[in-house]
Design a protein around this ligand. Structure first.
Ligand SMILES: Nc1ncnc2c1ncn2[C@@H]1O[C@H](COP(=O)(O)OP(=O)(O)OP(=O)(O)O)[C@@H](O)[C@H]1O
Ligand SMILES: [Mg+2]
Length: 238
């Protein structure tokens, strides 16, 4: 459903992403891993449209979105959750999700958006906190809200950048279950993650970036055994 061909991005002289090609299949959970500075977040920003690619092509559901604005990509079904969660703190959890629901699908009626929000509240385990001010949630609930906000935009492919960062292992397991149930609800997932147990538990397939290039791709077990991958991590003490 997502296809990247030779996508590159340079910052000044730094080639952050170099000729990356990859695909996400419908219903798939794809992990993108790699050492610090490998270009993972840049790649996600190129897909979601926060950054514009210098060269290459990004297709989503058969359409060329290489130079489309972020909101156009969101409307087409690319949903994005961020590592740094920035809800509207004085608004309730439900109101924050309404913003996502109304933003994500142009022309949505308030009534239709309410339905989406109630479904997302259930799926994300936040139904009990619907009336709560978003600024007064725990870290775990914050992460759930960020996922829920992205889901409220009704994505077909969800892009996640280290959404588990800072969670304790038991909480991360909870989040793993949540991402699985999101996939089971029909949403594909592309996620960046440093926590290898999470990658092993979630990913159908793993793409490894190093210095902006894909150095390996395959199932977790294959990739973990790959000498190039081991060297990339060991070489930089990660
Ligand atoms: N806006 C920017 N301007 C200049 N350089 C940038 C910018 N964004 C990222 N970079 C550089 O591009 C490279 C890739 O950064 P990126 O954030 O994509 O890596 P990452 O794989 O997400 O790393 P981490 O695991 O630490 O999050 C790094 O060298 C980074 O310093
Ligand atoms: Mg990053």
């Amino acid at each position: 459903m997502l296809r990247l061909r030779g996508v590159s991005k340079t910052f000044g002289g730094l080639r952050a992403v170099q000729g990356v090609s990859l695909e996400v299949q419908p219903g798939e959970i794809l992990a993108v891993i790699g050492p610090n500075g490998a270009g993972k977040s840049t790649l996600l920003n190129l897909i979601s449209g926060l950054l514009s690619a210098d060269s290459g092509r990004i297709e989503f559901l058969g359409q060329d979105l290489t130079h489309a604005a972020p909101e156009v990509r969101a409307w087409r079904g690319l949903g994005r959750a961020f590592q740094i969660v920035q809800p509207f703190p004085e608004m309730s959890v439900r109101e924050n999700l309404m913003v996502g629901a109304l933003y994500g699908t142009p022309g949505t009626s308030v009534q239709a958006a309410r339905k989406v929000v109630e479904r997302v509240l259930e799926l994300s385990g936040l139904a009990g906190k619907a009336q709560h001010p978003a600024g007064e949630l725990s870290l775990l609930e914050d992460k759930r809200l960020e996922l829920a906000r992205a889901l409220a935009t009704q994505p077909k492919l969800l892009l996640l950048d280290e959404v588990m960062a800072g969670l304790r292992p038991a909480e991360a397991q909870d989040a793993v279950r949540l991402v699985r149930s999101i996939r089971d609800s029909g949403v594909s997932v592309l996620f960046i993650e440093h926590l290898m147990p999470v990658v092993r538990a979630l990913a159908d397939r793993v793409v490894v970036l190093d210095y902006g290039q894909v150095i390996a791709e395959g199932r977790y077990a294959e990739v973990a055994e790959n000498p190039k991958v081991r060297e990339a991590y060991l070489g930089r003490g990660a």
